[in-house]
Write a protein that binds this ligand. Structure first.
Ligand SMILES: Nc1nc2c(ncn2[C@@H]2O[C@H](COP(=O)(O)OP(=O)(O)OP(=O)(O)O)[C@@H](O)[C@H]2O)c(=O)[nH]1
Ligand SMILES: [Mg+2]
Length: 184
């Protein structure tokens, strides 16, 4: 849940990158740290990005706690803990054909974990990132979209390793979280 500190004039969000193991979640976050001139921790699983002031809430500085879920196949209860109270979710889909099943499992686990927490993806700010578009077996968007973007969320193609699509993805979800913070 976003938190507004009126005396310091900072709005804080919790953002979660969710997706299959090796899909490129940590690569996204490391790129974001570089772009914001922040140092790279050993593990970039839980980092804090200082964004400055964004239109239209110029009176406040934005701070985003970015959390990356460990994506290994085995179910890990820490993923539920990380997800709890998220203001926004980036679902990172590995576009490679051989990863289709893994992506499906990951999305199903996201749905189930949210349900246990009394929430649903359809009602949460979220975006879908189709990563690894540079790989030879990357599936066409028409194939991936019906499976991984059932709620018509903003979606982005990415080659996170080269930085492509990383910022667009992050800006979109941050705008959605910001809008939710003062509208809803
Ligand atoms: N070809 C290609 N490789 C990528 C891309 N993005 C990330 N990778 C590589 O994919 C591997 C896994 O990336 P990570 O960012 O560690 O993936 P992750 O989702 O954090 O994985 P877990 O921490 O295991 O859940 C690394 O070797 C990255 O360099 C991409 O767009 N294209
Ligand atoms: Mg990782």
């Amino acid at each position: 849940m976003s938190f507004t500190n009126f005396s310091d004039r900072v709005i804080t969000f919790k953002l979660v990158y969710w997706g299959t193991g090796l899909g490129g979640k940590t690569t996204n976050v490391r790129r974001l740290l570089d772009l914001h001139g922040q140092e790279q921790p050993l593990l970039a699983s839980h980092v804090q990005l200082e964004l400055g002031r964004w239109f239209p809430l110029r009176a406040f500085r934005l701070r985003v706690f970015v959390n990356v879920t460990p994506g290994a196949r085995v179910r890990d209860p820490s993923r539920a803990l990380i997800l709890r109270g998220a203001d926004g979710i980036v679902f990172v889909c590995d576009s490679q054909a051989s990863w289709l099943r893994s992506n499906v499992d990951s999305l199903q686990e996201l749905d189930e974990t949210l349900a246990v927490q009394g929430r649903a993806l359809a009602e949460l700010p979220h975006v879908v990132q189709y990563n690894k578009r540079d790989t030879p077996t990357a599936l066409p968007l028409d194939r991936l979209r019906p499976i991984f973007n059932r709620h018509g969320a903003p979606e982005f193609m990415a080659v996170a390793r080269e930085g492509a699509g990383v910022v667009d993805t992050f800006r979109a979800i941050t705008r959605m979280m910001l809008a939710r913070a003062y509208i809803a």
